[in-house]
Design a protein around this ligand. Structure first.
Ligand code: NAP
Ligand code: MG
Length: 491
């Protein structure tokens, strides 16, 4: 029987029994022991013969060895992409290009079970999320952009859109396959070729995508996928024959990239960190809002750039909301990412768990009041309890800095003006959430919050037709939707 925190909601929500484990089968997946670099349509060994391990963060066990690309390998990949651009891809009629992109979308759907399981094994996210969110959205991005490939003149009337050439794309570990789709699909639809590097801790679904791309018959060299660490990413950024860099990751690395590219002719888009305000007014539907707050911060272990990590609750309902939040936290299941019951999976890496724990200590020392769910964490693997910080104040580091874990700070407010001021008073501006019964309040806030994406009475909803991107230190440029085509075109 589970422990409850004694509140009425907790005793109703926390059932008198535990769910029977319901692990997803891993029998249908195929993984190599060692992965090479995908260059010019083939898997090739890295020049220097170096490999690194990718591990399962829920078990701490090694899954596979993965090739580490150095500057020479990056150069080979860029040359392959350039040749494919000059000789094949830029000359192909757009309607033909679209067929390949459709085929990739269809093949992701066909292999979706395998992608979902590998995503959860390599990155730690619950299978429910990789199965129902990451993989279908990745396929949908390819479908969506396939549709634009031969309609660019209608997307940008009277502007004569032209491709750029070779795109270098660098992605993080929180949505490995989905971020690859966000990057590759619009680049191909606009007639560019690609060199993509996934994050060091989550390379496997990108490498599976490389196998799929090889099987799809996409001409050699149009997409090259190379693995490695930050140095590999820096070599892509610094390569003279790349026309555009698309980067998603931390603000620190984004700033470094922007400095490196200053004065060059390379185009750049940066999708960086966030620290979203989730704002709940007294007239909000409280139970739905509590679900939205839980989803906003605990979804994907809080490894979400647009996570609703700062809760602002209007004073009159603060006690009720906090009581309901605590109760709902008690019913969250933390554990095996492959179990279909799991709500919160493993933290992506040991390093990230240390960062989160460091911030939890900082929060306590700053004087905020900590509350964690009473669940027991698995004995092995990298896990973190869902955590609230009550009475947080605007100057606290846990309020100002991105933690990128399942940690929510709670502040109260009285007026609309006060909450807008506090929500905007932060270096980031990626996303925000508003919960209220009043349409007028929604319109007022959405026009005054400095955030690229604002959800009203919902949270963490994504769609390929909808542009995504930040203000301030959350970066610039948009991905998704019609806007997502533009960074890959010149006019
Ligand atoms: P990160 O450390 O910046 O890494 C992102 C990618 O850049 C990885 O592939 C990384 O390789 C590579 N990299 C590291 N140093 C580099 C360098 N000097 N030059 C070029 N590439 C380099 O970020 P992360 O920790 O993986 O991801 C978490 C961050 O991403 C958070 O801040 C989050 O908010 C942000 N994010 C933003 C969005 C958005 O759309 N705005 C979406 C998702 C995540 P290694 O893995 O080998 O280090
Ligand atoms: Mg891993």
């Amino acid at each position: 029987m589970k422990k409850t925190n004694g509140s009425p909601e907790a005793s109703t929500l926390s059932t008198a029994w535990d769910y029977t484990p319901s692990p997803e089968s891993t029998e249908h997946i195929h993984l190599e022991k060692q992965y090479e670099l995908f260059i010019d349509g083939k898997f090739v060994k890295p020049g220097a013969g170096k490999y690194f391990d990718t591990i399962n963060p829920a078990t701490e066990q090694k899954i596979a060895s993965v090739a580490e690309a150095d500057e020479k390998d990056v150069n080979k990949a860029v040359q392959a992409a350039r040749k494919a651009y000059d000789k094949v891809w830029s000359r192909m009629p757009a309607a033909e290009r679209a067929k390949y992109i459709y085929r990739i979308a269809r093949m992701i759907q066909e292999r979706s079970r395998e992608f979902a399981v590998i995503e959860s094994m390599d990155g730690g996210k619950p299978i429910r999320e990789s199965r129902d969110i990451d993989v279908p959205l990745a396929a949908n991005h390819f479908f969506y952009y396939a549709g634009w490939a031969d309609k660019l003149e209608y997307a940008f009337p009277n502007r004569k859109p032209n491709s750029l050439g070779v795109a270098g794309q660098i992605i993080p570990w929180n949505f490995p396959l989905l971020m690859a789709a966000w990057k590759i699909a619009p680049a191909l639809a606009t007639g560019n070729t690609v060199v993509l590097k996934p994050a060091e801790t989550t390379p496997l679904t990108a490498l599976k995508l490389a196998e799929l791309i090889r099987d799809s018959g996409l001409p050699d060299g149009v997409v090259n996928i190379i693995t490695g660490a930050g140095k590999t990413g820096a070599a892509i950024v610094g390569h003279p024959d790349i026309n555009k860099i698309a980067f998603t990751g931390s603000t620190d690395v984004g700033k470094l990239i922007q400095k490196t590219l200053a004065g060059t002719s390379k185009k750049l888009t940066l999708e960086l960190g966030g620290k979203a305000a989730n704002i709940i007014f007294e007239d909000a539907p409280i139970d739905q809002a509590v679900e939205g707050i839980i989803n906003g911060i605990f979804f994907n272990q809080g490894h979400v750039c647009c996570a609703g990590s700062r809760l602002f609750v209007q004073e009159g309902i603060a006690d009720t909301v906090i009581r309901k939040l605590k109760a709902r936290m008690e019913s969250l299941i933390v554990g095996d990412p492959l179990d279909k019951n799991t709500d919160i999976g493993a933290i992506n890496s040991k390093g990230q768990l240390e960062t989160i724990n460091r911030y939890i200590e900082i929060g306590k020392n700053e004087g905020a009041e900590i509350h964690q769910s009473s669940c027991t964490l698995p004995g092995k693997g990298y896990f973190c309890k869902p955590t609230l910080f009550l009475n947080a104040s605007q100057s606290h580091r846990i309020v100002q800095e991105e933690i990128f874990g399942p940690v929510l700070t709670i502040q109260t407010f009285r007026t609309v003006e006060e909450v807008i001021e506090k929500a905007n008073n932060i270096p980031y501006g990626l996303s925000a959430g508003v919960w209220t019964d009043k349409g007028s309040k929604i319109f007022n806030l959405t026009s005054r919050l400095r955030a690229g994406v604002i959800w009203a009475n919902t949270y963490n909803k994504f769609d390929p037709t909808s542009p995504f991107g930040g203000y301030k230190e959350s970066g610039f440029g948009r991905e998704g939707g019609l806007h997502g085509l533009q960074p890959y075109l010149k006019f």
